[in-house]
Structures are given as structure tokens and as C-alpha cells.
Design a protein around this ligand. Sequence first.
Ligand SMILES: NC(=O)c1ccc[n+]([C@@H]2O[C@H](COP(=O)([O-])OP(=O)(O)OC[C@H]3O[C@@H](n4cnc5c(N)ncnc54)[C@H](OP(=O)(O)O)[C@@H]3O)[C@@H](O)[C@H]2O)c1
Length: 293
Amino acid sequence: MTKPIGRLLILGRSGQLAGALQARAPQYFGAVRAAGRAEADLGQPGAVSALITAWRPHAIINAAAWTAVDDAETHEAEALAVNAHGAGEAAQAARETGARFVHVSTDYVFGGAPGGPFDETAQPSPINAYGRTKLAGERAVLEACPSACILRAAGVFSGGGADFPSAMWRLAQNRTEIGVVDDQLTGPTFADDLADRLIALALAHEASGLLHCASGPQLSWAAFAEACFDLAREAGLPGAQVQPIPSRDFVRPALRPADSRLASTRLEAATGLPAPDWRPGLVKALDAWRSNR
Ligand SMILES: NC(=O)c1ccc[n+]([C@@H]2O[C@H](COP(=O)([O-])OP(=O)(O)OC[C@H]3O[C@@H](n4cnc5c(N)ncnc54)[C@H](OP(=O)(O)O)[C@@H]3O)[C@@H](O)[C@H]2O)c1
């Protein structure tokens, strides 16, 4: 294990990724501080740069974002303020104070063109407001701080309650059959696995630019729901029958990409860690969900 050195600032506090980072980072950094919206609102110009300038972290991991995909359709300017302007301001402050900056982005920058899995050289083509704001954030971060790393991930889950597996396990308590889309492909990513790779990037000063965290095996949301229920049944909990449905039968305010699967071509060389397998993570997420509910 690397000897703990320096100060790490995590942007985000109560979020699922911010929580995983807070649990895992103290073994690598001498001091870890997590700042949520109350302490540094990314939507308020000046707030995050004031914090960075005052605390002078050696490294910053930005796990804060407007993540309400459907709400972003009707609040794109507010989502843009957080996901692009706030992220860019944090990256600028990192460059000015000499801090390492690591940012998190999403597979939803893809979807408007066929051909997944997409590697880091693929042209982004977001199909919803959230994806547009996250793409604008990537560009703002790299413009403000060219040495920054941006790790794109998909389908982040933790068992914390607001994620897809938690929703499936909750629904199965009252329903025997659940319709889940089978024409959208993803690579679900356990928050702890993503946190480990972000910490490695925060410590690995050579890497910069875009990287993909292509968790596998990649599959449809319906197949992922089946895996959630198989695991629940093995643990003696209720599991529902998955009814595969097309996206056109599950209409939501924001369009979802049919195929936004990622391909990792740089991650292992940059971090020493392979693209994660979500299956052991799902076991841990079920444990977390059971102990939280
Ligand atoms: N969830 C997914 O499926 C998914 C998929 C791909 C990529 N990602 C990316 O992964 C990252 C982490 O996502 P997550 O799933 O951990 O999200 P989450 O659970 O929704 O947490 C969001 C975090 O952002 C913070 N935040 C929101 N608005 C803010 C603002 N105006 N100012 C400061 N902080 C603000 C929240 O702060 P508080 O602590 O104060 O609540 C919270 O800590 C994001 O960049 C997201 O785009 C997520």
C-alpha cells in the first residue's frame, strides 16, 4: 500500500460515489475532506474555487454532478451550471493551485450514433440534456486544466437505495413481475470499483485526458435485473420475474441511449487496475442494501 500523503478533496458528500471515495481514500491520503453542495455549491460561481484556494488540496476528485437525468430535460441551464461551469471552475482552481484534478463523466455522452462499445477516441453524440451537460463539463475541465483525468463510467450502483439494483430489490418486495427494458445495453459499475480507479488516477500523475471504465460483462438492463433477482433469491430474499420490454413501452422525459457501452483501452496502463467485473460488486451492494433498509 502507498504511504498516506497529502490532502484529498472529494467534491460531493452524500452521493453514492462520494461515499465510496470517503470510505476508501483515507488509506492513501493523509487527510480526506468531502464537500457537498452545502459547502461548495458547483452551481454558485466562486464557491468551489474559494474552497480549493483556502484548503489547498494536493488532489481533487470531482464526484459531484447534477445526476437527475430526466429533470435535466427541463432544467438544462441549471444542470449545465453544475456539470460544466462548476466543474470547469474547480479544474481551473486546481490548475492555479497545482492540485491534481480527476473528474467523472458518463457513457451518456454517447448514444446518438451506432457502434458501441466506444473507446476513448470515439466521437461523442449525446441524445439527452444530461449527456450534453456532461460532455460540456469534460470540455470545460480539459480546457481549464489539460493535465486533468476524466474517467467515464456507466450505470453506477452501490446498494445505497437510489441505484438500479436497490430499486429492483425494493420493487420485488411487493411485485412478482417487473418490466425492464431489454434494448438498452450498459456496463454496470460498482461505486467502490470506480472509486478505486479514481484514487489510482489521483495518485498517478502521468495520466491525463479521457479514460473509460468499461465494467463488464456488458448486458441489457433486463439481463442486469435478472442478475439482481438471482442474487436476491440465493440470499433468501424475494426476486421477481423480469418481463423484457422495448424502450418504446417505458417512456421517460429523457431519451436513453440504446448502446452506450464503453471500451477501456487506457485504464489498466494508467492505473494498474483492469476494467472491473460488476458481479462481485453486486454481491457487496446487496449486503449494503440489506443493512441499510
Ligand atoms: N449514477 C450513475 O448511474 C452514473 C453513471 C455514469 C456516470 N455517473 C457520474 O458519476 C458521478 C457520481 O455520480 P453518483 O451516482 O455518485 O451521483 P449521486 O449519488 O446522485 O450524487 C451526486 C453528488 O453530487 C453532489 N451535487 C449535486 N449537485 C451539486 C451542486 N450543485 N454542488 C455541489 N455538489 C452537488 C451531491 O452533493 P451532496 O453530497 O451535497 O448531496 C452528491 O454528492 C457523477 O459525475 C455522474 O455524472 C453516474
